[in-house]
Design a protein around this ligand. Structure first.
Ligand code: HEM
Length: 440
């Protein structure tokens, strides 16, 4: 005979299942998207699992839905019973980012905390406001200008490293460029030189890349959402190992910096700039002056349109909310999908064409504000966007001045993946040739 508690247990599970399935059915009728079959526990995730690889599966699912629901401008993907609503047109992105009830980051950012820390990228709006206020002055134009020699110096080191690769048929440029970015970040943020580019043993970019990939696979594996299960799986252990390695590096640098600061060792004659951390420790009040910069940004803007490094960012819905006439339920995540937003054919005709002229002053006025958001817009936009712009301009300029660069892989053959930053699925084969070398 079946014990009574087992019968009640099963009935309980059945009730929960029916309740959530009914809830999902009701809300899926109020938003564009494929409606999962009532008994389909995993919702749209099944489409990702049946793909060749998870990152490609995610990209493919987004592509299909973005095409299918182009007119509706938003679409819902159900990860089991959790709705993720994707925004792919400027007017709906505007409605989302202007809504001051939607300033909290999505609940999935919590999982990235072991990787990024509990800093304000992942924290709630209320918690992030005072921190943002303290950080913003550190990105003042005068301070950014003082970083320019660091950017140039590190970019020159990158050129020296790449110079040695010009005899190779092709290379993967991602690793040296990432290491150069690590060096610049450590120097400008902490005032500490780590020479990641010259130190092949430093594993931080590898750790970051591996942890980011596991993070994406966690989103599509509901059983990994339960922390105790995830921590005890092989990938969970690998995720935390890589995050700990990164955290260790950051912690050591902060401690080192604090020690030096307490010893009174501030910016010296040799190092003319102040590290961002020194500025925070000083507690300087700096006015919020607009940065005026007349550098040619068109080609970089067009690159960020086609390949926005942050291709997805998400907000949490804390109460049922109407956007573009659709009801988005409490508990949903609203995801701005810049990859497809930046490919809206009505705003960018022939969207796959690389055409920097789209960003010429006379053309740019035709691009609506929310149609181009590589750094987001509004109270939670990227505070480091000018820093990132100047840094990338200097690195790209140094590379282009010294080398001719060509890809052995055609653009339309390169498959991309979201991890959650945008990356090629397999390394792109880049051929570098020195401009000084006439022999090729
Ligand atoms: C190419 C480089 C970069 C890109 C494409 C980028 C893009 C973005 C985007 C799209 C967001 C919004 C994320 C969200 O709403 O969830 C963001 C937020 C943020 N970014 Fe960046 N970023 C870049 C570099 C940087 C750098 C160099 C720094 C600092 C040194 C920085 C600091 C931040 C911070 C602190 C936030 C959180 C703002 C908040 O939540 O209030 N970013 N970034």
């Amino acid at each position: 005979m079946i014990p009574l508690y087992a019968i009640f247990g099963l009935l309980g599970i059945l009730m929960v299942f029916l309740r959530y399935s009914l809830w999902r059915r009701n809300y899926s009728q109020l938003m564009p998207g494929k409606r999962p079959w009532f008994f389909n526990i995993f919702g749209d995730l099944i489409e990702i699992w049946t793909a060749k690889s998870v990152p490609l599966g995610i990209m493919e699912l987004l592509r299909k839905r973005a095409e299918l629901f182009q007119k509706e401008k938003i679409f819902c993907i159900w990860a089991a019973y959790i709705p993720f609503v994707f925004f792919v047109r400027a007017d709906v992105v505007k409605e989302l980012l202007k809504n001051n009830k939607l300033n909290d980051k999505s609940w999935v950012y919590e999982w990235i905390q072991p990787l990024m820390g509990k800093g304000h990228i992942t924290s709630s709006y209320e918690k992030s406001k005072p921190r943002r206020k303290a950080l913003v002055p550190c990105f003042h134009s005068d301070i950014l200008r003082s970083f320019v020699p660091v950017f140039s110096n590190e970019a020159q080191k990158l050129v020296n490293v790449l110079q040695k690769e010009t005899n190779k048929d092709f290379i993967d440029i991602v690793e040296p460029v990432s290491l150069c970015a690590v060096d610049i970040t450590c120097e400008t943020l902490f005032g500490i030189t780590i020479d990641a580019l010259g130190n092949k043993d430093l594993k931080s970019p590898e750790s970051f890349s591996r942890a980011s990939k596991i993070y994406m696979s966690k989103i599509i594996s509901p059983w990994h959402w339960i922390d105790i299960i995830f921590r005890n799986t092989k990938v969970g252990k690998e995720f935390h190992y890589n995050c700990d390695e990164l955290q260790k590096l950051t912690r050591n640098m902060i401690e080192e910096k604090k020690k030096r600061y307490l010893r009174g060792e501030k910016a010296t004659q040799v190092r003319k700039h102040k590290a961002l951390m020194e500025l925070l420790l000083d507690g300087q009040e700096l006015s919020e002056e607009e940065i005026e910069e007349e550098m040619n940004t068109f080609a970089l803007a067009e690159s960020s349109r086609l390949y926005p490094s942050v291709s997805l960012f998400a907000r949490q819905v804390n109460e049922d909310t109407k956007i573009n006439g659709y009801t988005i339920p409490r508990g949903a995540s609203c995801v701005v999908c810049t990859y497809y937003l930046h490919r809206d054919p009505e705003i960018y005709p022939d969207p796959e064409k690389f055409d920097p002229d789209r960003f010429l002053r006379e053309n740019r006025i035709n691009i609506p504000e929310y149609a181009f958001v590589p750094f987001s817009v509004g109270p939670r936009n990227c505070i480091g966007f000018k820093y990132a712009e100047i840094e990338s301009k200097i690195i790209v300029t140094q590379i282009v001045r010294n080398f001719t660069v060509s890809s052995l892989d055609e653009r339309d053959k390169i498959k991309l993946m979201l991890t959650p930053t945008l990356n090629p699925h397999i390394p792109v084969r880049i051929r570098m040739r020195s401009r000084l070398d006439q022999s090729y």
